[in-house]
Design a protein around this ligand. Structure first.
Ligand code: 3DU
Length: 218
């Protein structure tokens, strides 16, 4: 059974809050609420501000915990459970540790589970590119909500779309990493994930509006 996606799909934008201070994350969340479909947190914020930041951010919208979970099944279960215990709406996990590790994530989840199929950075060519379709197929087979596929490789997104059918595709890697958000969406992504282009801007709401302007009509 495929998990039913909880996240709304109105703006097609997920904001990655890769900042170190809780107050900065909360201020970006507040100023951009209504401009994105979800907020994403990663280790930098959670390691500096604590997992309680997820509960606080959840006041502004759905929060995805991008913990790229990649351990043995019982540890994955504890990590995923912690995220949902702190009001996460979804988690991002790795598929390469194997089917049993992914199954543990899905069993422990009380919301969306997205499997990283293909990372966006240049080094992903070495190990990720050859296994991307396999990761995507496993996400489908095990009942994940969707996959993550880098916007820097739009043609790969199109191939992965064929593998995952109607599952959601989240696409990071636009802006400083070089991906084009329109291309990612045109090739089959459902959402783009944007971090520094928004969090590093003097006016994050304005920057988010700029991203929405770029993808308007998609
Ligand atoms: O490059 P940005 O600042 O827009 O941030 C991208 C975010 O997406 C960041 O949190 C990173 O950890 C995440 N991400 C990737 O960039 C690439 C992936 O393959 C998976 C997640």
């Amino acid at each position: 059974m495929v998990l039913e996606m909880l996240m709304k799909k109105e703006r097609r934008l997920i904001i990655a809050l890769d900042v170190m201070e809780a107050e900065r994350a909360l201020s970006v969340a507040e100023s951009t609420s209504g401009l994105c479909d979800a907020l994403k947190v990663n280790y930098p914020l959670v390691l500096s501000a604590g997992l309680g930041i997820v509960d606080r951010l959840a006041d502004y919208g759905d929060v995805l915990c991008d913990f790229k979970v990649a351990d043995i099944p019982p540890i994955n279960e504890l990590i995923v459970r912690s995220a949902f215990d702190h009001s996460a709406s979804g988690v991002i996990v790795h598929g390469f540790p194997g089917a049993d590790s992914l199954e543990a994530c899905i069993a422990a989840a009380e919301g969306d589970v997205f499997v990283v199929a293909l990372m966006s950075h240049p080094g992903a060519d070495m190990f990720f590119l050859p296994i991307a379709e396999e990761m995507a197929a496993m996400a489908v087979e095990k009942g994940a909500t969707g996959i993550v596929a880098g916007a820097t490789r739009p043609k790969s997104i199109a191939r992965l779309r064929e593998v995952v059918g109607s599952l959601a595709i989240l696409s990071p890697g636009v802006g400083p990493q070089g991906g084009d958000p329109r291309e990612a969406l045109k090739h089959g992504a459902d959402y783009i994930i944007v971090g520094r282009r928004i969090t590093g801007a003097p006016d994050p709401a304005r920057a988010a509006e700029g991203v929405l302007e770029d993808i308007r009509g998609m």
